[in-house]
Ligand binder design. Structure first.
Ligand code: SF4
Length: 255
């Protein structure tokens, strides 16, 4: 657990991105220059193994070939073809069944066999696993991502696609799926399954995300910024606002 007043700086605090651009300096906290050699070697050994190398190369080629041109649905199809997948699993939320039907149609047109598993399969009451009774207000039967994974495991799917599984249910599905998983739709019931919209609008409509609340992180002061904080103690902007830190201290770069 991080000290409330100190945070561990990492890539999410970096604005140099020298690992990508190679035109400046690595920051003091950069893992590229500070990580244990074994950490790097573990990753590279995996990427050079037959199984992971095939996937990594396919993913890089999909990125290159479709960059800014192909939608995610098209990229998923390209990826599935490149890894030689024949049978595709769809782990779908019941609420996205129409989208999953359309995806199935597209995948079949592209020559794939498709097996779907809906989140409510098994028709298990929530109380059976100790889910609090008040949760029945949004449905008495539980989402069962583990069963979804087991059904697709039994079907022998080569690649599983996640269609809007709930937060945490997607975690369990990933954990129990034998096949590789990738998301086609990431659920956000409020934002039309575009969770990034909350981040894009956090300067105005969703600024509550940056305010103290039951789910917001405390706003700690970065270690490197302490001196700056002292020297700007009389400035007008809030030192506790992380967005202000970005605007004040670090020029933003985009790729
Ligand atoms: S330069 Fe270092 S700290 Fe910055 S994003 Fe790359 S790896 Fe992370």
């Amino acid at each position: 657990m991080e000290n409330k007043n100190e945070i561990c700086l990492s890539c999410v605090d970096c604005h140099a991105f020298n690992c990508h651009y190679q035109d400046s300096k690595y920051p003091d906290f950069c893992p590229t220059t500070n990580m244990p050699r074994e950490t790097y070697e573990r990753a590279m050994n995996a990427l050079k193994s037959e199984e992971d190398n095939r996937i990594a190369v396919a993913a890089a080629c999909v990125e290159y070939e479709g960059y800014g041109k192909r939608t995610r649905v098209e990229e998923v199809i390209q990826f599935a073809k490149k890894i030689g997948a024949k049978k595709i699993g769809i782990a779908t939320c019941l609420g996205l069944i129409e989208e999953s039907r359309l995806l199935t149609k597209i995948l079949r047109i592209n020559g794939f066999e498709v097996v779907g598993a809906v989140c409510k399969a098994g028709a298990t009451p929530k109380v059976d696993i100790g889910i609090p009774p008040e949760c029945d207000a949004v449905g008495a039967n539980m989402c069962n991502p583990v069963l979804q994974a087991e059904l697709l495991n039994d079907a022998g799917t080569d690649l599983n696609l996640i269609m809007g599984l709930c937060v945490g249910h997607d975690s369990l599905f990933n954990k129990h799926s034998n096949a590789l998983c990738t998301s086609v739709v990431t659920k956000d019931r409020v934002l039309g399954h575009n969770p990034a919209a909350a981040l894009y609008t956090s300067g105005m409509y969703y600024k509550r995300l940056l305010e103290a609340s039951e789910y917001a992180l405390p706003a700690p002061v970065p270690r490197q910024a302490r001196k700056l904080r002292l020297s700007t103690a009389h400035s007008s902007f809030s030192q506790r606002d992380p967005l202000r830190w970005v605007l004040a201290g670090y020029p933003r770069r985009t790729s």
